[in-house]
Structures are given as structure tokens and as C-alpha cells.
Design a protein. Sequence first.
Length: 216
Amino acid sequence: MMKKKMIACAVMACALAANMVAPAMAASWDDSATPAVEDAAVNPLDTGKEILYYLFWTSDDKLEADVIDLQSELLLSDQQLEALKELGLKEHLACQTLNETYSSNSRSSIDTFNAVLDENTQANKQEMQEILGDKTEDFRDWISSWWEEERQYRMNANVMEFSDVDRISKVWATQYSPDTSGAVEVALPDKYVKFANLGWEIPSAFKIFMIIRRIL
């Protein structure tokens, strides 16, 4: 089983299209308890994903425009925006340390990893509350809507990028000619097995060398 995983959010395109920053899902020793898909009702900020780091620290024209829209829509001050950016970096560094510290797949390591990540997530929520005050819920709602749109955007962009690429497919097939015309035979995977099955003598390399020497 796998424990919660993180990826550096600076990686774009195909990696993002796959799952937009790998989800940090709590490892469970009961497979049935692990959700197959992310619960849409759960705010992305509560999942353990490096959402703030991805939004504020990824070098990308769209994301930079998204940050401008965020500040405009919620009327955030430059100080609040900078504080959120620093919180995102703090979140990322904490995740790096966590992955390095609890790299073992033992049950105790996984349980501790998940517990510490939950604590970090709660601490980030508290710090976010201190930064945004009464705008916290508006920010969380904005993130929830933006995250879903961002995921769709990256997946669609990835599809469009390769939509005009010529595709060439090669089909490999094996043609088998039976030793007896019209017969149905089992194709043996090795020529020496086939020769032995037919009762043919398989000369050694030395015999072949001597035959060639006599001929020459």
C-alpha cells in the first residue's frame, strides 16, 4: 500500500494532467476504506495537496493571471497575498521534510506520516485563518471552484497538444508454415527444440567449423 504522496508543483503539463498534483491520501490497511476517487465535497485545501505552493510558485502565465483574479475578486491586500505565498512555500518544505523522514513503507511509518500530515494541514488552516480573517471561507470557496477548473484546463490542454500529431501504428505478426502442408502443428518457441522434436541432429559449433574448413 502507498502512503500519502506529494509532488513538487512546479512540474506542469503531462504530470498535472494525470492528477494535478498527486493527492496526499491517507494510507489505509483496509483497502475498502480508501476512496477510489477524490470526494468532490472535500475542499482541496483539506486534502494534503500542495495547493498554495502550486498556485503561487508555479511559473505559468495562466496561474499568474489566476492569482491576479483571486486578489481582485476577494479584494486581498498585497500583504495578504504575500503571506499566502509564503504559507505555500512553508507547506511545500514541510512536505519535503515529511517525505524524507518517513520514507519507509512500514505500518508505523505510514501511520506517523499520516498523523503528522494531518497536523500540518490543520496548522496551515489556522495560519490561513489568521491571514485572511473573515475572507477565509470566500478564499476556500474560490480555491474549490478554481481547482476543478484548473484540473479540467490542464487535461484539455494536454489533449489538444497532441491532437494534431500523426499517429503511426505497427502491428507485428508471426507467420508459421507447418512442416507438413495443411497440417496443424504446435509452434515451438526455440529452433533447437523444434529440430530435436523432428529428430534432426544439431551439430556442435566445432563440427560446423570443421565442415566449413573442409569445404574451403
